[in-house]
Design a binder for this molecule. Structure first.
Ligand SMILES: [Fe+2]
Ligand SMILES: [Fe+2]
Length: 253
């Protein structure tokens, strides 16, 4: 719920320290509240995706705008990892360990991208952004199975597909630091999707569901729009997508 960027990052390090000192209390809380607005600073303004200006990467503003949108995703990703820890209270110990690790990496990503954005003359909040990532998080707050399928395995997995082309674009405009940062993000995001996949399969097993069928069913029932390629099959495979799922994605790309 913390709105201040710096305080949020500090509090997250405190959480990680508390975790390593075994200070977490796993007693379920009596009520779990829905979080329509997670803690975020007043800026950026949130607008519908169609209202976001399209800028060319070749311009200085376009370059910063790409970094700004990545910073926004990373910031939201901190909230969504922490939300999974707070909300899904009946999971094994390792679930919380995994998502706290993800939260820490997202905060590190956010800071790295934010610094790079600063070096281009902008601050996080200077441009508009959209709230799609959090809305999907909110809409999947009733069931960890649906959350795992749609947030890490669909939205974060989309990041695996679109990052390599972004790396090429940044390389083409000579942004070496940007290329370096995006490579780190891609490597770590494979891990986050893998965490999502692992817990998705765990929950399927617990409910005697076929993971391949369950995933498709959830996409049909809950995902706004269609899955879109081109897909990064190699990264998705590393992130735990099964051969069956890869074959299926090949039919819709
Ligand atoms: Fe990230
Ligand atoms: Fe992530």
């Amino acid at each position: 719920m913390e709105k201040d960027l710096n305080r949020k990052v500090r509090q997250l390090s405190q959480l990680q320290e508390d975790w390593s000192n075994d200070l977490f209390d796993f007693t379920p809380t009596e009520t779990v509240v829905r979080v329509k607005d997670a803690g975020r600073p007043e800026k950026p303004d949130l607008v519908p995706p169609k209202d976001l200006p399209r800028r060319r990467l070749g311009s200085k503003e376009g370059h910063a705008s790409l970094m700004h949108s990545i910073a926004h995703i990373e910031f939201n990703a901190v909230n969504l990892a922490l939300d999974a820890i707070y909300r899904f209270q009946e999971m094994p110990y390792e679930f919380y360990r995994d998502w706290l690790g993800v939260a820490g990496e997202e905060a590190y990503h956010f800071q790295m991208v934010r610094e790079h954005l600063n070096s281009l003359g902008y601050e996080y909040g200077d441009m508009a952004a959209h709230d799609g990532l959090w809305m999907t998080t909110y809409e999947t707050d009733h069931d960890p199975l649906i959350r795992m399928a749609l947030v890490p395995r669909t939205l974060e997995a989309r990041g695996l597909d679109v990052t390599p082309p972004m790396i090429s674009k940044l390389r083409s405009i000579g942004d070496k630091r940007g290329v370096e940062i995006l490579k780190i993000l891609l490597r770590d995001e494979i891990g986050h999707v893998e965490v999502g996949t692992r817990w998705f399969r765990y929950l399927c097993e617990q409910r005697a569901l076929d993971p391949f069928e369950a995933f498709q069913q959830i996409i049909r029932d809950y995902f706004h729009g269609d899955l879109r390629g081109p897909f990064n099959f190699d990264a998705r495979q590393q992130a735990g997508f099964s051969d069956e799922e890869i074959q299926w994605l090949k039919t819709i790309q």
